[in-house]
Design a protein around this ligand. Structure first.
Ligand code: PLP
Length: 462
């Protein structure tokens, strides 16, 4: 959450005179609780009107997070709004639905029948990353202690392109982050580069499917093979965690032959965001471990459950159950074929837009939407009068949110635009975007001098 601070000068919220009555006639305090209750319709209208100022989700090509669900799913979520996922006594069927989702994912991610995958829902991939990271740290520490070695300097190896949740994990749990920088055309982690940073204090290597920066998949099997060779050569035995925040709900359906999951023996755990390509409204993620050995027992808490004891692993205690229920709805409603069609349509649309972008002229594609339905593109070096930030601003005038940002080390001078295609981005919308982009670039191309650039424009948070 943003850390909110007091902003002076905005104490009162104006209430539309059509429905202002009694105390609300003189406005509603913004930063203090109103002294008296108000009519529920008035309260509803105030909040409803304020939310109209939020962006139009359909035109938001920045987010990976679901912005549309079927009315039946929305209905179920409203019906389940009071369910607390931790309260397994009161809501045993919600717990059962969560359990089924874990096993459905374990199956999609090729957990072997003899390997009992364990897992849970989370608020999203960030909480899932914290849990998976802790499991890696605990396992490494146990092994070090068992070997009589010091366990006070853990590190984690990953590409610099990782989402900020891994930086957070390292800072919050006192683990040294070891980032492999980008170089030339290599914008994510490879096996060779990962191994160079590993040592006996490495708790794990994080491989991302796919990268938030450009939608590309990191080569999980190749990274695992490099770590196999390291171990065979007498080096440490380092597990891999796959951050499949987006790819976990894409690859199983549209790239079924890609081996990135529990088929790769070194993959100890996997996370995904149900609220990204899992197609659920925000608030649900999943994390699974290959087997009980991958999840140390002392991280698990037991809650009393129907007279028995229910193992849990979570940062939160109380948490909404509605998203878990909506995930299950999607899984049974769409089935494998439904998810496949949705993700294939997103891939086709992403590649359609990417091909059109390449034809417009001034752009070079860095990815083409063939892994995740996400692609990044930069301006050709000969374009000097405007930047990707100007293109992003220009599209914003038409309502499109297409973020522009610079890559991390060592490609800080590469500035890109990124398009995330989600369910609901129709061909019609795609063609409108292409037309608007073409028009904008046409206008910018007529500039007779260079537009001023502000250094803080490059800030886009993934
Ligand atoms: C690769 C990756 N990991 C983790 C996250 C964090 O996910 P969440 O928003 O579900 O916490 C994201 C979000 O974009 C992501 O792309």
């Amino acid at each position: 959450m943003p850390l909110h601070r007091h902003e002076p000068g905005d104490e009162e919220l104006d209430v539309n005179p059509l429905y202002a009555t009694g105390a609300t006639r003189s406005g509603v305090p913004k930063l203090r609780i109103p002294r008296e209750p108000m009519d529920p319709e008035v309260a509803y209208q105030i909040v409803h009107d304020e939310l109209l100022l939020d962006g139009n989700a359909r035109l938001n090509l920045a987010t990976f997070v679901t912005t549309w669900m079927e009315p039946q799913a929305a209905r179920l979520m409203v019906e389940a709004a009071d369910k607390n996922v931790i309260d397994k006594d009161e809501y045993p069927q919600t717990a059962e639905i969560e359990r089924r989702c874990v096993h459905i994912l374990a199956d999609l991610w090729h957990a072997q029948p003899h390997q009992t995958a364990v897992g849970c829902s989370t608020t999203g991939s960030s909480e899932a990353a914290m849990l998976a990271g802790m499991a890696l740290k605990w396992r490494w520490r146990e092994a070090r202690r068992a070997a009589g070695a010091s366990a006070d300097r853990p590190n984690m190896v990953m590409g610099i392109n990782v989402q900020v949740c891994w930086e957070k994990f390292c800072r919050y749990w006192d683990v040294e982050p070891r980032y492999v920088p980008m170089e030339g055309d290599r914008r994510h982690l490879t096996g060779g580069e990962a191994v160079k940073l590993c040592d006996e204090n490495t708790i794990g290597v994080v491989a991302v499917l796919g990268s938030t920066q450009d939608g590309s998949y990191e080569p999980v099997a190749e990274i695992a093979a490099a770590l196999d060779r390291l171990h065979q050569g007498g080096g440490p035995d380092i597990p891999v965690h796959v951050d499949a925040a987006s790819g976990g709900f894409v690859a199983p359906f549209v790239q079924p032959d890609l081996e990135w999951d529990f088929r790769v023996p070194r993959v100890a755990s996997i996370n995904t965001s149900g609220h990204k390509y899992g197609l659920v409204y925000p608030g649900v993620g999943w994390v699974l471990w290959r087997d009980r050995d991958a999840l140390p027992e002392d991280l698990i808490f037991r809650v009393n459950y129907l007279g028995g004891s229910m193992p849990t692993f979570a940062l939160n205690f109380s948490r909404p159950g509605a998203q878990v229920i909506a995930q299950y709805y999607n899984l049974i409603r769409l089935g494998f074929e439904g998810y496949r069609r949705v993700q294939q349509a997103a891939l086709d649309t992403a590649q359609h837009i990417a091909a059109a972008v390449a034809r417009i002229g001034p752009f070079r594609l860095l990815t083409d939407g063939s892994e995740l339905p996400v692609f990044a593109f930069e301006l050709n070096p000969e374009v000097e009068r405007y930047s990707v930030y100007d293109v992003s601003d220009g599209l914003r005038k038409r309502g499109w949110q297409v973020p522009a940002y610079s890559f991390p080390a060592n490609l800080q001078n590469t500035n890109v635009l990124r398009v995330v295609v989600r369910n609901g981005m129709s061909r019609d919308l795609a063609d409108l975007l292409i037309a608007d982009l073409r028009r904008e670039v046409g206008q910018l191309g007529k500039l007779s001098s260079r537009l001023p650039q502000h250094p803080d424009r490059a800030r886009f948070h993934h």
